[in-house]
Design a protein around this ligand. Structure first.
Ligand code: F6P
Length: 341
């Protein structure tokens, strides 16, 4: 069998572990050939690819990013890819394509699959917002980075009697904010799923200081926003990939808290630090298992399906199931974290 593999969308710790696992299982396990397309679907359209053998993936398990490169595809180019998808399989002689990507990539993968290209998907995102899988690799690493940041910020916040507003990634789903906020002991957590009340945040900080506490940490997801009419906050425009451009809730919230509390507040925007660097052991294992199962699925002819973690098992689920709606934080999970506002 000849397998094509690509990584698309925002990168994520663990992508290289999937690529390595696909190559190991396919080449060493089945005697397959693997080619990697460069820079996501763009490499497929432009014919940029290279052979991936065991040597090509040596030493990449612990490496962040993706050795294949990644990109987002504009809608017009995606249509072009669908129209010519069967030609790609023929031109490159591939029996199956394994795209590794998030919601956008899986939507593209589904379209290509519907257009006749044999596909086995692998979900990835630090945001953990893909339905149909309990977890995505990259999430554990991102939560670890954000938690460590909060641990560090607490000591400097306390020294200066400050409020720290830590902005983490999460456009529509607040999983990183929820879990890093809980693990880092944030006193306030703001999620995209529930508009926050600025008055309640102010009250919480005032109460802390009145009890003799000398600092507060608030963890805010980049997609969080205040309840209507409670605080000025301008939403951004939509970019060419259909994503809202954020105007900086971390900065805005820190400024508002400083004004209302009369205490120093500092914003800390963690940004892409959460996506870079080496994956945790958990993410390496999950990514490796996804790669192994994707190759097995390809050999069974399970096309139009993707790997998913269900409990502790890896199962194959229709890609369609993963892209119909985002997995957001449900209310009972918010209730467990006392500090969600
Ligand atoms: O991977 C998803 C994500 O991390 C979002 O949480 C974030 O808003 C986005 O990527 C930013 O990606 P980029 O800056 O690469 O467009």
């Amino acid at each position: 069998m000849r397998i094509g593999v690509l990584t698309a969308g925002g990168d994520c710790p663990g992508l290289n572990a999937v690529i390595r696992s696909v190559v190991h299982r396919a080449v060493a396990g089945h005697g397959d050939e693997v080619i990697g397309f460069e820079d996501g679907f763009k490499g497929l359209l432009d014919g940029r690819h290279r052979k991936l053998d065991l040597d090509a993936v040596a030493g990449i398990l612990a490496r962040g990013g993706t050795i294949l490169g990644s990109s987002r595809l504009e809608r017009a180019r995606l249509r072009e890819a669908c129209e010519t998808s069967k030609d790609h399989a023929r031109d490159y002689g591939i029996d199956v394509l394994i795209p590794i990507g998030g919601e956008g990539t899986l939507t593209a993968a589904r379209m290509l699959s519907d257009a006749g290209l044999p596909i086995v998907g692998v979900p990835k995102t630090i945001d953990n917002d893909i339905s149909a899988t309990d977890r995505t690799f990259g999430f554990d690493t991102a939560v670890g980075v954000a938690t460590e940041a909060m641990d560090r910020l607490k000591t400097t916040a306390e020294s200066h009697q400050r409020v720290m507003v830590v902005e983490v990634m999460g456009r529509h789903a607040g999983w990183i904010a929820l879990e890093s906020g809980m693990a880092g002991g944030a006193h306030g957590i703001c999620l995209p799923e529930r508009p926050f009340e600025i008055d309640a945040l102010v009250k919480m900080v005032e109460e802390r200081f009145s009890r003799g506490k000398k600092f507060a940490v608030i963890c805010v997801a980049e997609g969080a926003h205040p309840a209507e009419g409670t605080m000025d906050y301008k939403k951004g425009e939509i970019d060419q990939y259909g994503h809202e451009r954020f105007t900086g809730i971390g900065n805005r919230l820190a400024a508002e808290l400083e004004r209302r509390l009369g205490k120093e507040a500092r914003p800390v925007i963690l940004g892409h630090v959460q996506r870079g660097g080496t994956p945790t052991a958990y993410d390496r294992v999950l990514a490796t298992r996804f790669g192994w199962h994707a190759v097995e699925a390809a050999h069974r002819g399970d096309f139009g399906m993707m790997t998913a973690l269900r409990g502790t098992d890896i199962e194959m689920v229709p890609i369609a199931e993963a892209v119909t709606e985002l997995k957001t934080v449900p209310v009972p999970r918010m209730d467990e974290a006392e500090s969600v506002f």
